[in-house]
Design a protein around this ligand. Structure first.
Ligand code: ADP
Length: 503
């Protein structure tokens, strides 16, 4: 196994401020940190204070070209490494990442505002798990033998696609990157990741750590803005596959650009995930399930957030009250403080968008905004992008808050009387990413699970994406699956047929 310590701008550090500063201004290309070719940088801001903590390299087409050229060169040799050995190297990356969980957790908390204890540390742990999972799948890259004719040996083999361009968002950047990079590498591709503008640091650090094990050029990373840095990656002639997580609008732009080159694209887009609660559920478990389903500890910044909660009428009022009480008990504060349950929104733009939805909901006739929890009192956080979670009741099905993805700590609750009616309401959405059902009547639960238009339906739980379980939406929520063996085979390889006429 290779062990090639990188030139590291600073020693591993649990001080995220020092690490952020030291990581400033770099892409990671061809096995090393490199500054952007044009010298331009943009600010990385701590959303808890509004203070700049780092500068990120503002990549353009020239940086992208350097990264893709390096990946294309490295991929040829990488594809020849036996699949199990590639897997073993990815597995070794997982071990290295486990040693750095604390450092990565603090860095991601600093740049995204996600609370260290409830979110950032969890994400860093899951990232290592994803690399470990895919690292074990090298020998599953199998083909088939096909019964064509007795004298003709007909087989299929799985081949890598070449250079994969991976574009990631800011909400769970380390995990979403891992879901793309791990299977792509094990399958024998080389990768260029374009990080999200708001959160370029922790993923850059992961890229460097993994390059201590991987051959140079196999895994590269560029930072920059979407049109200037993401678009050239999609359009680059040597990029043979694009995998993207982000908004529906940008996903369509990416899909159109990929279509121009006739290359495959995987899209993980938005969601407006319904949670359906029947009166026979385990009440307390379901209330606490609603809190995790809505991802309140991530300020609701999740595509699978249960942002529409339908509760059977007999328990509706009691459920709303219990949920409000439970969210009230959550502590908003400094993301790096172990006491904090809920951190900040990631950026000013996102905050303005969420506030717009809250104002609109509050101004809607008949609606009630149940504002929860308390703003932090620490004066050092007065410029922080905090927002109190809001539970809305009394909004009709045509409200923008019911139909559009808010990506903030805002959920809409409505009572229902009839399973068929709630199913119709749940399916009346442009999106189809995830859904959850809460009932002790498995007959009803399974029937609805089959008829809900969603890529992932869970009964009596609402876990986030899990390694080994295919994840991905229908309708405007995306194209293709991630996180599983099938996803690796379908989206990061192509099947070649070889026939031998044996006479
Ligand atoms: P979000 O609302 O999460 O910022 P976006 O879809 O705009 O959603 O961003 C997700 C990722 O897509 C980011 O890394 C962003 O820089 C990138 N991106 C934005 N515009 C483009 C584009 N035209 N081509 C490629 N990538 C883009």
């Amino acid at each position: 196994m290779l062990d090639r310590p990188q030139h590291t701008p600073v020693d591993p550090s649990l001080d995220p401020f020092a690490l952020a500063k030291a990581l400033s201004g770099f892409h990671f290309i061809d096995g090393g940190y490199v500054p952007g070719r044009n010298g331009a940088t943009f600010a990385v801001v701590n959303p808890a204070t509004g203070i700049e903590v780092a500068r990120a390299a503002e990549g353009d087409a020239a940086d992208v070209d350097a990264a893709v050229q390096s990946a294309a060169k490295a991929q040829k040799a990488w594809a020849k490494v036996p699949a199990r050995k590639r897997g073993a190297m990815v597995h070794a990356c997982a071990a290295l990442l486990k040693d750095h969980v604390e450092e990565l957790s603090r860095l991601i908390a600093l740049e995204t505002g996600k609370a260290l204890r409830t979110e950032s540390r969890v994400e860093a742990g899951v990232v290592a798990d994803v690399f470990e999972f895919f690292g074990g799948l090298g020998s599953e890259l199998k083909g088939e033998s096909v019964p064509f004719a007795p004298n003709v040996l007909s087989v299929t083999v799985r081949e890598p696609l070449g250079v994969v361009g991976a574009i990631i968002p800011w909400n769970v950047p380390m995990l979403l990157m891992a879901l793309k990079v791990a299977p792509a590498l094990v399958a024998g591709n080389a990768v260029v990741v374009k990080s999200a503008e708001e959160a370029p640091l922790a993923v850059l650090r992961i890229c460097e750590l993994m390059n201590r094990v991987l051959p140079p050029g196999v895994f590269n990373m560029v930072s920059g803005y979407g049109p200037e840095c993401g678009a050239p990656l999609v359009e680059h002639p040597l990029v043979r596959k694009v995998t993207f997580t982000g908004s529906v609008e940008t996903g369509k732009i990416v899909a159109r650009a990929a279509a121009n080159k006739l290359i495959p694209v995987t899209l993980e887009l938005g969601g407006k995930s319904p949670m359906i609660v029947f009166a026979d559920c385990d009440f307390d478990k379901t209330v606490s399930g609603a809190l995790t389903s809505m991802r309140f500890t991530r300020q609701g910044q999740s595509c699978t957030a249960a942002s529409r909660i339908y509760v059977e009428r007999p328990i509706f009022d009691r459920f709303v009250t219990a949920m409000k009480t439970a969210v009230d008990a959550m502590v908003m504060g400094d993301p790096l403080d172990e006491k904090t349950d809920i951190g900040t929104i990631v950026s000013q733009d996102q905050l303005a968008k969420v506030r717009g939805f809250i104002e609109e909901g509050t101004a809607t006739a008949g609606a009630t905004a149940h504002v929860c929890s308390a703003m932090p009192s620490d004066p050092a956080l007065k410029k922080g992008l905090f927002i109190q979670p809001v539970i809305f009741t009394g909004l009709g099905p045509d409200s923008r808050l019911v139909r559009e993805e808010i990506f903030g700590p805002v959920t809409v609750m409505a009572p229902f009387d009839d399973a068929e009616a709630v199913l119709a309401e749940a399916n009346d959405s442009e999106y189809g990413l995830a859904a959850s059902l809460w009932t002790n009547n498995l007959k009803v639960g399974l029937d609805l699970a089959h008829r809900l238009e969603a890529g992932l339906v869970q009964i009596n739980q609402n876990l986030v994406v899990q390694a080994n379980l295919s994840y991905g939406g229908v309708k405007s929520s995306g194209l293709g699956k991630e996180a599983s063996l099938e996803a690796m085979l379908e989206h990061f390889t192509h099947k070649k047929t070889i026939m031998v006429n044996m006479g």
